[in-house]
Design a protein around this ligand. Structure first.
Ligand code: PLP
Length: 406
């Protein structure tokens, strides 16, 4: 075979099959409740669109930017992050590298850190690309499981047990895709204490959904409790979710300079830099305007979360419910649902894909199988649909799940 073993070893996207089915049915005119989306279904704020339009008139918007991104935007991102998190980055010791989406930031950071055989701790459920990216750089994932009934918050003892002399990094994603929760402040305090014992362990803190939090308390971070930990932290964020700009592909990492230099080096030999037009529009844009834009989104997420709770309660499924608080998602664990009996009988294999297909075929609701997130017998549901169709979809879904097999 002429393809590299590296590529042959990569997992195929499990969303492909369901997306193909959704597209086929929608194009044939049939109504489908598509709850697979990982993005907001509308355009960014008018003020940001105006910033983009203004920058269309400048030659610099069409030319290369420095590999790490424009200096002015990098400083602005560092300053805004410090302000939002109420922290101070030690002067001159940290930098920011802008990339083509936070996905590329994470990929570059892993490349900067991992030697073949190094271990990376990944908490399940995880964002779909972490394990594959670790694998691409020759690293090995050690998985630490979290459970639905602990609100998908992993036990710190389990994390500590997973650490070995080969562990290079841990990826922490709070708020979490796919669980739709953020880890509580007590967890972050405990995690900060744990990290003090492991000064060589790097934390990749994926904070892409930090502003997408619709029930108090807001997300907090371990380094806010002990700022010295910033020296072993890489903060990853981007504009995809909070600016509703997944297609403009801008993400960033903030880290001690020895890491950002290595990240910029990888970038300089691969993709150069993200697009100059969007970088310049971001330089020009007042980030504080985002709050007005995002408030209605949070209101909708709150309403959807409440609908979900009521539907679960009304169908006797409260024991399968947990409170979502952030990001756009809920991870439904099928394993204690009445309908599950008919799936579990034969063997203990993960039935996520089978169940998601049955749900789609029988009630027209599309979900992403939990296989993608390393959580068996589950599915991720997006809560970005408008209220009325979301409520209809929930009636169908909860009706399906509450039914005992005959
Ligand atoms: N991290 C998490 C947790 C995500 O959910 C996503 C996208 O859905 C990404 C990173 C990558 O986002 P982007 O590359 O669009 O910034």
């Amino acid at each position: 075979m002429f393809l590299s073993s590296r590529v042959l070893d990569l997992s195929e996207s499990v969303t492909l099959k369901i997306n193909e089915k959704v597209a086929k049915l929608s194009s044939s005119g049939q109504h489908v409740y598509n709850l697979t989306a990982g993005q907001l279904p509308f355009k960014p704020s008018p003020e940001f669109i105006h910033s983009l339009e203004r920058q269309l008139n400048f030659l610099k918007s069409y030319q290369y930017s420095p590999n790490a991104g424009f200096e002015k935007l990098r400083s602005k991102v560092i300053e805004k992050t410090a302000q939002k998190r109420d922290i101070k980055f030690p002067k001159g010791e940290f930098d920011c590298v802008l990339s083509n989406g936070s996905k590329q930031s994470i990929y570059n950071v892993l490349g900067a850190l991992i030697n073949p055989g190094d271990e990376v701790v990944v908490i399940t459920p995880y964002w779909v690309s972490y394990p594959e990216m670790v694998k691409l750089w020759g690293g090995v994932c050690t998985f630490v499981k979290s459970k639905t009934f602990d609100n998908y918050t992993p036990a710190l003892e389990e994390i500590e047990k997973a650490l070995t002399p080969k562990t290079k990094a841990i990826i922490v994603n709070s708020p979490n895709n796919p669980a739709g929760i953020h880890y509580p402040e007590e967890w972050m305090i405990g995690f900060a204490k744990l990290l003090k014992k492991y000064p060589d362990l790097v934390v990749i803190s994926d904070e892409l959904y930090s502003e997408v939090s619709y029930f108090d308390p807001r997300p907090s971070y371990f380094y806010q409790h002990d700022p010295e930990l910033l020296s072993q932290t890489v903060i990853v964020d981007g504009i995809s979710k909070t600016f509703a700009c997944t297609g403009l592909r801008i993400g960033h990492c903030i880290a001690p300079k020895k890491i950002t230099k290595a990240v910029a080096k990888i970038q300089s030999q691969t993709t150069s830099a993200p697009n100059s037009l969007t970088q310049r529009a971001l330089e020009d844009f007042d980030f504080d305007l985002l709050q007005n834009f995002f408030d209605p989104v949070k209101q909708q997420l709150r309403t959807c979360a409440q609908i979900l709770r009521e539907k679960f309660r009304d169908h006797g499924l409260s024991h399968c419910w947990y409170q979502t608080t952030s990001a756009f998602y809920c991870l439904i664990d099928f394993s204690r649902m009445p309908f599950f009996e008919s799936f579990e009988a034969e063997n203990s294999k993960d039935k996520s894909e089978e169940i998601v297909e049955a749900i789609f075929d029988q009630i027209g609701v599309a979900l992403v199988p939990g296989t993608a997130f390393g959580h068996p017998n589950s599915a991720r549901m997006s809560m970005t649909l408008e209220i009325a169709p979301f409520e209809e979809a929930m009636d169908r879904l909860v009706g399906f799940m509450a039914k005992k097999s005959s």
